[in-house]
Ligand binder design. Structure first.
Ligand code: MN
Length: 299
């Protein structure tokens, strides 16, 4: 199933070119309590909701995908875990262009460890990435996004994929520079997840997915998750050895070679085989505007 949030936070299933509105299934969620337990309640209860979603699909109101605004497919993620230097050719391009990648850390992926991005920077594909600090370089990084489905700690590599709810296309946007990575990659709109969440049962091998990003029609990054140094299972096992992963947590699994600058006016066309495609616009920042994925009316 391809799950999404759209328009004014309707819950949807994408079928062909249509988005089916299955929002009423949310009434089956357990009642809210305070303090809310960690994790996104929809992702955490996906298996409970699934039969009702299936039942509702045939009669659900539909809109063409082109007529809706897709939001981030995870409503309330607790954290975004990001994997650095996970493709050898990207490691090589960073080493060859130290003057550009002034932010490059020393050592291999296992030396560097994983890092976190703030969830306040997260958007869906129908909202533009808004370039902050236009005098500095903002780059795209296309990555496979993995969404955790069940709480896990110290999970084994062999068992890791059983904890995945689904997959999406992720953009790990970054301003280049000397500050801490989590600072430069947590800017509002600098994490994109979309166009929807493809449930894990539809992706037999997340370590064998071709992907590509074009900027204004020109191919910039093109590779396969086959080229990852650490597989999806290894990343989940490693992350969960350091902290508990909760339903809705997102892992951005690293980017391949070809990262390049984007400026306002650009369009990023992103595709991952088995997931889909999304066009993400780049625009100028709106200083002073509070941005959150849950913001309702468009400003
Ligand atoms: Mn990245």
């Amino acid at each position: 199933m391809r799950l999404c949030w759209f328009d004014e936070f309707r819950f949807g299933v994408v079928v062909g070119d249509d988005v089916c509105d299955v929002t009423p299934v949310l009434e089956l969620l357990p009642p809210a309590v305070y303090p809310t337990p960690p994790g996104d309640p929809v992702i955490a209860n996906l298996e409970r909701l699934r039969p009702a979603i299936q039942e509702m699909l045939a009669s659900a109101p539909r809109k063409p995908r082109s007529a809706v605004r897709l939001r981030c497919p995870v409503g309330n993620p607790g954290k975004i875990v990001a994997t650095p230097v996970n493709y050898l050719k990207h490691v090589e391009e960073v080493a060859a262009q130290r003057h550009v990648f002034t932010d490059a850390r020393k050592g291999t992926i296992t030396d560097q460890g994983l890092f976190l991005k703030s969830v306040s920077g997260l958007i869906g594909c129908d909202e533009p990435v808004r370039v902050r600090f236009p005098e500095r370089r903002t780059d795209h990084e296309i990555e496979l996004g993995v969404v955790i489905g069940k709480p896990c700690a110290n999970v084994s590599e062999a068992d890791a994929l059983n904890y995945v709810a689904g997959y999406a296309i992720a953009l790990d946007m970054v301003v280049r520079g000397s500050e801490d990575r989590s600072f430069r990659k947590s800017i509002d709109t600098y994490s994109v997840l979309g166009p929807w969440l493809v449930t894990a049962d539809e992706i037999s091998n997340p370590d064998d997915l071709d992907f590509e990003i074009l900027v204004n029609g020109v191919s910039k990054q093109r590779s396969s998750t086959k080229s990852m140094i650490l597989s999806v299972s290894q990343q989940i096992a490693w992350a969960s050895a350091w902290y508990t992963l909760w339903p809705g947590d997102i892992i951005m699994t690293g980017t391949c070679e070809g990262v390049s600058q984007v400026v306002p006016g650009d369009t990023m066309n992103c595709t991952i085989n088995g997931i889909g495609s999304m066009n993400v616009a780049v625009s100028a920042a709106e200083p002073g505007v509070i941005r959150h994925q849950w913001q309702r009316a468009a400003h």
